[in-house]
Design a protein around this ligand. Structure first.
Ligand code: PGA
Length: 252
């Protein structure tokens, strides 16, 4: 059985009191115990959030939005895997489109980050997806396969299953323009076919693939009802407790 996951990528939002208030309100609500719920706040809030979820029994985790591939050293402004683990992070986003486009993160750098995560035993959520022009040119399948090949398909069969994948069409991120459940399902199914071709069917069937891009309290149910969509990576809608709780409870 694949894990059902709802991860909230807060991006560069909230202050510490706001962060704690949001987490406490979500912890107070009734949320499905079987769903893995991951808070991905800005770095300064990882430790307090990990403390806030410490005593909850029901599959709450905290993750980071980024990490550096090197172990330690003179990389001003960067954060190492060991630092992240020491403050309670168990997941980390790798390859988010905002990192790729605003910070010029290359496929090679992302590959190195993936290797760092696997070696250091933290779960990477590998984000990838096509841009609008690529979809309009009907190149999205090609781009998606390329992004898998470049940064994660070097992993062994034993290691690839330690990954979570997040398909995020760039044209849907923060735009309010969600992929239709059919469009998302079509790509998720294609990703599973790529996994099967590269590894095998058992591996393809065991990896959780999240959808991200304007997923919200209104459309999550329909998206999550698709056979190859195992949850969501939520930006804007993860900043409001009520919406995030509705999304967590959107699996049928
Ligand atoms: P959004 O962001 O839900 O605000 O579109 C998703 C993401 O960037 O992970």
């Amino acid at each position: 059985m694949r894990k059902k996951i709802v991860a909230g990528n807060w991006k560069m939002n909230k202050t510490l009191p706001e962060a704690i208030e949001l987490v406490e309100n979500i912890l107070k609500a009734n949320t499905s115990a079987e769903v893995y719920k991951i808070f991905i706040p800005p770095f300064p809030f990882i430790y307090p959030v990990s403390k806030a979820i410490e005593k909850t029994a029901s599959h709450f985790f905290v993750g980071a939005q980024n990490l550096h591939d090197k172990e330690s050293g003179a990389f001003t402004g960067e954060t190492s895997l060991a630092a992240l683990k020491s403050v309670g992070a168990t997941y980390v986003l790798v390859g988010h489109s905002e990192r790729r486009s605003y910070f010029n993160e290359s496929a090679e750098f992302l590959k190195n980050k993936i290797n760092t995560c696997i070696a250091g035993n933290i779960t990477p959520i590998y984000c990838f997806g096509e841009m609008l022009a690529e979809r309009e040119a009907n190149k999205h399948f090609e781009i998606i396969e390329q992004q898998l090949n470049e940064s994660v398909f070097h992993l062994s069969a034993e290691d690839i299953v330690k990954l979570v994948l997040a398909y995020e069409p760039v044209w849907a991120i923060g735009t309010g323009k969600t992929a239709s459940p059919q469009q998302a399902q079509e790509v998720h199914q294609f990703i599973r076919t790529c996994l099967e071709k590269k590894y095998n069917k058992q591996i393809a069937d065991s990896i959780s693939i999240l959808y991200g891009g304007s997923c919200n309290a209104q459309n999550a149910k329909e998206l999550f009802s698709m056979p190859d969509i195992d949850g969501g990576l939520i930006g804007g809608a993860s900043l409001k407790a009520e919406d995030f709780v509705t999304i967590i409870n959107s699996f049928s």
